[in-house]
Design a protein around this ligand. Sequence first.
Ligand code: ATP
Ligand code: MG
Length: 385
Amino acid sequence: MIRYGEIGLKGRNRSDFEKRLLENIKTTFGKEVDIHIRHKRLILPVVDEETLKLYERLRFVAGIQSYSLAYMTDRSKDQILKAIIELVENEKDGVSTFKVETRRSYKKFPWSSMEFSALMGEEILKRFPYLKVNLKEPDLLIGVEIREEGAYVFTEKAKGMGGLPVGSSGKGMVLLSGGIDSPVAAWMMMKRGVRIEAVHFASPPYTGEQAREKVFDICRVLARYSNGFLTLHIVPFTKLQLSIHRSVPTKYSLVAQRRAMVRIAEKLASRRRADVLITGENLGQVGSQTIENMKTISSAASIMVLRPLVGLDKQEIIALARTLETYEISIRPFEDCCTIFVPKHPATRSTPELLENLEKNIPDYEKLIEEAIENVETFDVEAVW
Ligand code: ATP
Ligand code: MG
């Protein structure tokens, strides 16, 4: 039984959202399953071991609030009780207290929720006399849901990702380095329903095969949250980077590089019909990440640039990276293109006008940008589970 809180509240587009969530679950599973919508719940019959394995993937699907492995029965008191007894049998190790909690959306059920919980409680006490009822902090919480199509009995509620189904909030192009932050930024937007493609700037031979593999590995993990696959564009950045390095005063070369990235990403975004760029920038985390520089970087393009990590502390970002399992990959020590060409003391202040003027000194700047886009490599990266 799959619950989807936030969508349930969204009166206006509920059925679109439900359908999208349903499709996303199927695509995440990578196979056709007999999953269906039943009054603000999704029901996935677990018919075999394989489905049980796929069930574990639900934690990667944005839009799901929680989910439970449940017994489904008809609405007769005896059948429900039978399921409850079986559940207690299975779960009773280390359990000394319990509580039954009934919800009913089927209003013709002959008992009120309270009455039915009490009734089931008594029956449990008869069969397991050593158990006690504890309404505040039970060891075992037995959930009963009485619904139109039948009754469900369950205990554990696994927490889902929350948020909105991927694809319900447009499409974004994330600038994905090999670092800790940008994968988290991508994930935060996916959680809010944005479908993501990634663009990575590589500078071979200054950045090696292992740095490239690292980005692929990050995509393989991020793809779990994106219906099982993620499109990755790799842009050859060496020529541009060398040219910027030679022609722009060192302290501004980082901002100039970022502006070039944003320019290229904007063109890719329009080619791929993405509505927005996303970066892992964060205010003040490193000296160069100032509001002024962000403004200078954004002004290189007319597409909107979102920075979902802007208000988080590094520790908060790391905690998220750990839960979404990109952290261990991100801390592998291979050089990113920017770590190589990065000045020791990048400017903390800049203006769009200053950078526009400096960029005039880069020979063939526009041509190099075009050339980088012409030579982009595109991959559909599949999730590792
Ligand atoms: P991250 O952990 O994502 O690398 P960071 O805190 O190290 O971020 P920077 O290295 O200054 O910050 O990069 C800021 C942002 O610029 C990154 O979050 C990413 O969105 C983008 N970026 C930097 N380098 C690259 C790259 N080689 N390819 C694509 N995007 C990049
Ligand atoms: Mg970085």
